[in-house]
Design a protein around this ligand. Sequence first.
Ligand SMILES: *[C@@H]1O[C@H](CO)[C@@H](O)[C@H](O)[C@H]1NC(C)=O
Ligand SMILES: *[C@@H]1O[C@H](CO)[C@@H](O)[C@H](O)[C@H]1NC(C)=O
Ligand SMILES: *[C@@H]1O[C@H](CO)[C@@H](O)[C@H](O)[C@H]1NC(C)=O
Ligand SMILES: *[C@@H]1O[C@H](CO)[C@@H](O)[C@H](O)[C@H]1NC(C)=O
Length: 625
Amino acid sequence: MIWYALFLLVVQNAAAWRYTDDDLMSFMTLPDARAVRFDIETLDRNRTAPGYWFVSPYLHIEPDEPSSEYEQYQIGPHIYDEDGILIWTGSMQFDNRNVFDFKAINSFDNKTYLSMILQYSYDGGERGYGMILNEKYETYRKLPLRTDLGVFDIHEFNVRKDGKSALVTVYLSEEVELTEFGRPNEKTFLEIGGFAEIDTTTAEILYDWKSYNQIPLSETVHYFLDSVIEGPPGWDYVHINSVDKNEAGDYLISMRFTNTLYMVSGLDGKIMWRLNGVNGGDFDSDFLFSKQHDAKFLESSGTHHVISFLNNASDEEFQEETISAALIVEVETGTTPMTARVVKRYNRPDGDLTRLRGNSQVLPNNNMFVCWSQGGYISEHSPEGDVLMIAKFTSPRFSNYRAYKFEFTGRPTIPPDVVASVWGTDETNLVTTIWVSWNGATDVVSYNFYAQASEFDKPIFVGNISKAGFESMFMAAGYVDWVSVEAVDRNGNVMGTSQVKRTRFPDWENVGWSGYSSQPRPQNPSRIFQSVDGFSTDKSIDDSSFASFDGTAEAQNRKTTQTLATTYDAIRSIGGMFALILLLAVMSGIMASYLLIRGWRVHLYQRVPKEESYAEEERLRPDDD
Ligand SMILES: *[C@@H]1O[C@H](CO)[C@@H](O)[C@H](O)[C@H]1NC(C)=O
Ligand SMILES: *[C@@H]1O[C@H](CO)[C@@H](O)[C@H](O)[C@H]1NC(C)=O
Ligand SMILES: *[C@@H]1O[C@H](CO)[C@@H](O)[C@H](O)[C@H]1NC(C)=O
Ligand SMILES: *[C@@H]1O[C@H](CO)[C@@H](O)[C@H](O)[C@H]1NC(C)=O
């Protein structure tokens, strides 16, 4: 025994030494899921845009080796509300795989869909997919990348507004001669950046483009004339990290290792212009940037373009400015020289640098929502630049590449999850606790709880509560079984009903059960609670029998009701007046013996007399008719 305890202690300490897990949520109803927690500072709730946060936490940017230890699902696509309350975890659905660029899109019919990149699998068995889910979280499209374009890259899955195509970044590897670098007899493998436009129905490639022969090696800030040659995948000389397309059919791409945004002609694939870069680019520009991410058109017509991007201004090796910022810039290509001007700058609230990854999103009300990536750091800014909200994962163990904020209505097809358990030490204090959650349902306002006398009896309403967090808990006085829960929306409509679940019970003897019977039995809920019909028609409900355990109901009332019900059930099972008399006689006998024993014990243990149990029995009598 001692050895076992010691063993446990060692094991627990080893686990604690690795990390503590108070940075993760846990739920009775979804025991396999542990969602990452947020620390949130809301500076002005009145001005934040409506919507949910779309994040996909990861532990490592490469797929993790499947663990042989049991560990709950933690990473993958997640939706939270502005208070950091979990709305949906897709971790189980995607088997704890890394997911990137998870967001809501309005590209198909009039409903909001979800899009994301499912990363290639650890064993390489799957090359990854662009996934589109419907509002029920079912797969609507699962798009592979044509095999000659490599694995599905994690940077970008940009479903176009018309829903017909999506833009993705592409990484390819080729062996090239270093003639350009004045090393004609040498060859190195080169990671070539590119992009492709995929048909969202057929997964056909509608357009693809590669950096090699378009962007010379001399534009990279990552490799030099004397850089050592590499085997595959080779020099990552451009590192493409975003792609967007305008109405005219031209593409805006961001290359992190050339510090340049390029406009690529959709007609002939030629580079139309460069913003920034080793040679300064093609613009008269009033701002600097480097190691940028997520360049997107806010407007693009003719010679006028408004572009948003994240300027992290630093990376693993370099640091060009002292603070990362989301930028909105205006680019004019009809003038000589062409001009580029900063319209807005949103500095990282903690004044730090984002060295890796991130994105920026202009919201419908013109607020700026930024993901600074590491530690899940996100912020929302007013158009004037006021910081409205700052949040990050409680845990430094997790990161998030891109985060977004969108309005969304989730309608899961799976029913709400319910778990019920009963506890108590005797018939007077039995309590059934019911937990409920509904993974992915966005607009649940309250829950109705029901219990049944048996599988075939009709559900009896036992109470209702407002939704509280991802998981809500309700306590019903007594021992009820065959439990079910309805999820209710703002207008009182039932949105979904759980399956009927049996109530779990403990090993009564081991938890110190000391009731009349050797172990309690589930009670007929209609004896304790009003029936559903009764509830809605009969307005004169006795409060003591309405068991909403919201803290206002008096404990005494509950106890009384409970004891009453127990007695009723006992009487019913024996049947008839005779049984009642018999029962009263037996109870008096028990009472007498109890008093005797108690009297004796008072001498031995100096126990403080407790009057409660008499009072209980006294109150019972008038009702025993
Ligand atoms: C938010 O709006 C409410 C109601 O309009 C107002 O009472 C409150 O002062 C506002 N809070 C802030 C921080 O502006
Ligand atoms: C989308 O909504 C518009 C306007 O409300 C309507 O005209 C159109 O028929 C809807 N389309 C679909 C596919 O439901
Ligand atoms: C910052 O630069 C690093 C280094 O390349 C890059 O990985 C990262 O994505 C950049 N982050 C931002 C926010 O630009
Ligand atoms: C519980 O149901 C009653 C009757 O429908 C309703 O008036 C009350 O608002 C509900 N309470 C909660 C917390 O939903």
